[in-house]
Design a protein. Structure first.
Length: 225
């Protein structure tokens, strides 16, 4: 098929505009990710046992301390922010009609606040890392004048560390019969909330997180009957 000059010009202009739009979209996306605020980075994940009627419960037990879970180690802590988290959680549950009882007293629900602080270290392999780096940049294009296979082994293994930090709220049914094997009896967890994101260690962030978690958990409410 024959094409004239104006047709070729039109195609060229269309391709130019398409490239410009694509570049603009990529730039906007990168800019959006780079400028993401702490509030926008937060994610609130809630899950619950659909077979449980939460309105039937009346009382809950909530320790004054927060559980710190760090890989295979567990301890308790009570910083000012952690204390604020416990107080706000207790106040919000009370606003939903639940009554807090003292530790050791009979209760319908057991509530725990957990701060997860896990660190994982791993190793990955990239057997071509050293080769390609030297091939394209060492000794000119194609590695001319140098051995293109050197260095090869020094960058073969690459270590990495991942740190996972977030808040977690768990509610267990203290009325239920414990289950488990080998003497490790466990009460069923009927509600869990994971709070993830940046800068979650301020009182303002805690207030926003608890508000968001309960906003999407309307079933956590005592029956008014």
């Amino acid at each position: 098929m024959k094409t004239n000059a104006s047709t070729r010009l039109g195609v060229g202009l269309a391709l130019t505009l398409l490239a410009a739009v694509s570049t603009s979209l990529v730039s906007c996306r990168d800019q959006a990710l780079r400028d993401l605020s702490s509030e926008d980075s937060r994610v609130y994940i809630t899950n619950y046992d659909r077979s449980v009627n939460f309105s039937q419960f009346r009382t809950f037990s909530l320790p004054d301390s927060v559980v710190i879970e760090s890989n295979d180690r567990v301890q308790t802590s009570l910083s000012s922010v952690e204390n604020h988290f416990v107080d706000q959680l207790a106040s919000t549950l009370a606003g939903r009609g639940y009554q807090r009882v003292s530790i050791g007293q009979p209760a319908d629900l057991g509530v725990a606040v957990i701060r997860v602080n896990n660190r994982y270290t791993g190793v990955t392999t990239n057997p071509y890392a050293g080769y390609y780096t030297n091939y394209w940049y060492g000794g000119g294009f194609g590695g001319i004048g140098y051995d293109p296979y050197f260095p090869y082994y020094p960058s073969y293994y690459q270590f990495y560390t991942v740190q996972d930090q977030f808040w977690q709220v768990q509610i267990v049914n203290l009325r239920a019969q414990p289950t488990g094997n080998n003497g490790q009896n466990r009460l069923p967890v009927i509600f869990q909330a994971d709070i993830r994101g940046d800068n979650l260690t301020s009182t303002q962030a805690v207030d926003s997180a608890i508000q968001a978690v309960f906003a999407q958990s309307t079933y956590l409410q005592v029956s008014q009957q």
